[in-house]
Design a protein around this ligand. Structure first.
Ligand code: AMP
Ligand code: TRP
Length: 333
């Protein structure tokens, strides 16, 4: 069955192995299935929910675009564009925010994490961030949304909002209720320095993550320095309980090699972490450094990246512009 795929990544710099294994690698697989229609969005409106430096934001929009292409998304097959170029996203977000109850938003754990202790100082944009995300998805009648596990709650909210719109305006199937596509295993890649913390763009320690722009030597060094524990590698999954760093490294190895954790445990059970680290560093540098080289090459071709975004925006505009007009008509504007 053909799927309509929509997903987004924020242009906030430092795209890392978690973004790749949790999301972008799946985008590439979906892009490669000729039956699918895919739209991948650089969500720059989401990025400004937190203060951004002007020049850095512009660079990060291009770098995220370059990362999509360098990872294997073909811009002649999938639509790649940046959100701020298509007016309908912000307009749809306003309409949906008039219909989503505050109670639903108050449950969002990502807001609580990002706002930190002083919620009064967080922007209103950060609070309604998930509504803009719902607008992104619903404007394209997306049937499937590939994301990492941390976005699950936002997708549930999107589904609820779609159903409420259809019910409130008595327009049955107008907004399509999308299915999340979240990997069953290795959906959360953890920090290399703390197996209980998510690998994140904003971690102050660069050693906590493999950036998609890291060189071969940087990757090898970071894996060498990754935290482990002092026991040998077990040969059964259940023995990984309470060993988050071991579980993470074995998970990364399995995910990047497209194999089950069981198979990896078979390979490494009884061995030392130095063996796992040696092989992991090798496979990661073989897979990531070509992407990293390609990103660096593409970044120097701003004209090409800007053209991809412009052409993508024009195609996206055609779809979203039509949907928002229908939406406005339903409302009575
Ligand atoms: P963001 O950079 O927050 O826009 O995230 C882009 C995509 O990467 C989203 O689908 C996230 O769910 C996914 N992602 C971010 N961090 C991780 C991680 N540590 N493990 C797995 N997926 C992640
Ligand atoms: N909120 C997502 C994240 O932080 C990014 C995003 C914005 C998104 N709009 C989207 C993901 C629409 C999927 C679909 O990772």
């Amino acid at each position: 069955m053909s799927k309509k795929i929509f997903s987004g990544v924020q242009p906030t710099g430092n795209l890392h192995l978690g973004n790749y294994l949790g999301a972008i690698k799946n985008f590439v697989d979906l892009n490669n299935d000729i039956q699918n229609e895919c739209i991948f969005c650089v969500v720059d409106l989401h990025a400004i929910t937190i203060k951004q430096d002007r020049d850095q934001l512009t660079n990060n929009i291009r770098e995220t675009t370059a990362t999509f292409i360098a990872s294997g998304i073909d811009p002649t097959k999938s639509i790649i564009f940046n959100q701020s170029k298509v007016h309908a996203h912000a307009e749809g977000s306003w309409i949906l925010s008039c219909l989503a109850p505050m109670g639903w938003l108050n449950r969002m754990t990502q807001f609580k994490e990002k706002a930190g202790k002083d919620k009064e100082k967080a922007s209103v944009g950060l609070y309604i961030y998930p509504i803009l995300m719902a607008s992104d998805i619903l404007l394209y009648d997306a049937t499937h949304v590939p994301v990492g596990e941390d976005q699950k709650q936002h997708l549930e909210l999107t589904r609820d909002i779609a159903q409420k719109f259809n019910k409130d305006f008595n327009c049955d199937d107008f907004l399509k209720v999308p299915e999340p596509l979240i990997k069953k295993s290795f959906a959360r890649i953890m920090s290399l320095k703390d197996g209980l913390k998510k690998m994140s763009k904003s971690d102050p320690s660069d050693l906590s993550r493999i950036n998609l722009t890291d060189t071969k030597d940087e990757i090898i060094n970071k894996i060498k320095k990754a935290k482990t524990d002092s026991f040998p590698i077990p040969n059964e999954e259940k023995k990984l309980i309470d060993r988050p760093e071991a579980e993470n490294l074995l998970g990364i190895y399995s995910s990047i090699s497209n194999q089950t954790l069981d198979k990896t445990l078979n390979e490494f059970g009884g061995k030392n972490f130095s063996d796992l680290k040696r092989d992991l560093a090798e496979i990661l540098s073989n897979k990531i450094s070509p992407i990293s080289n390609e990103i660096k090459k593409l970044i120097n071709d701003q004209g090409y990246l800007d053209k991809v975004l412009l052409q993508g925006a024009s195609k996206a505009e055609e779809i979203a512009g039509k949907k928002i007009e229908e939406m406005k008509n339903i409302i009575g504007f």
